[in-house]
Design a protein around this ligand. Sequence first.
Ligand SMILES: *Cc1c(COP(=O)(O)O)cnc(C)c1O
Length: 373
Amino acid sequence: MPLPSTQPAERILLGPGPSPVPQRVLRALGAPTLGHLDPQYLGFMDEACAMLREVFRTRNALTFPVSGTGMAGMECCAVNLVEPGDEVIVGVNGVFGTRMKDVMERCGATVHALETTWGDTFTLAQLQAALDAHPKTKLVGIVHAETSTGAHQPLDGFADLVHARGALLLVDAVTSLGGHELRVDDWGIDAIYSGTQKCLSCPPGLSPVSFGERSLARMDARKSKVQSWYLDVSMLRKYYTGGGGGGRVYHHTAPINMTYALREALIMVLEEGIDQRVARHAAMHQRLRAGLEQMGLSYIPSRSLHSLNCIRIPEGVDDAGVRKALLADYGIEIGGGLGPMAGKAWRIGLMGYGASIRNVDLVLAALREILHR
Ligand SMILES: *Cc1c(COP(=O)(O)O)cnc(C)c1O
């Protein structure tokens, strides 16, 4: 058999993730592999965790990258914070809220779905009504950046309502970390997870998480063992923070080279400045939006994310055909609609390194030309 010889093409990734990865991060990925208990490697990991705290804007000691993609972070938060029989409220207004509900149910939780139309977001009054209806709620899970619909969920005031009931606030920040304003400590978020391949512009493979004091207390008070051995934070924290006495203990072999890549990606975030990076995402969203609206295209969500632009496909336009032409003729990937939005929406991601004038103007020109054909 002839040996495989195809090389990956250099695409312009403007879909819902992964996002374009800068050469600097790819080079870091290719550095020599160290042992996972090598003091030099532990130093790199500590640096990555310290930078993650800055990017999450938190002082939470328990902040580290879970081995696995964003979904692993979601499962990690769920299995550690929820015990069988717990009542949980999950905001369901897209694919990722739907998944969070499923994951919670698999942990044995009784999930009360707080639902709204896909593309809409939740108000404080809706959350309050759900908490009133389910006073035994122990955790509220909400998606900050719903990548399936492009909706941006404001979180101001959420933690106060949740904490007034003694519940925890869990936030999915997979598509907001590094692209949108996000303040874990100021906003009172108790547990949060993200992913490397969206606004951090790193390949997929790690899921940064952070747990606050309330979450630690909840984990310490567990009556049942965490169902997942791999994601059990009581063991993971001994490796990542050396906490619990006894120093660093082997749990699983950390994805060494991915840690290099994340560390480099975080250096790039902090070199740029978090505020500057958030402002760049906002400016690129405005530029894209102005161009799309000039072409007669309209947005679906009322509160649009900057990192993910979800637009209505005009009547009579061939969804798959346009995306195929973008990929074949321009090397540009954008996303189609998911669930009820399949065939009705395009999703254009402007995440991290991908959020540039060059990419915005290119995708606008390409769409204009293809729609003209
Ligand atoms: C992408 C995404 C996830 C899942 O991340 P994976 O890296 O695909 O596992 C979870 N939540 C949201 C909001 C996402 O956009």
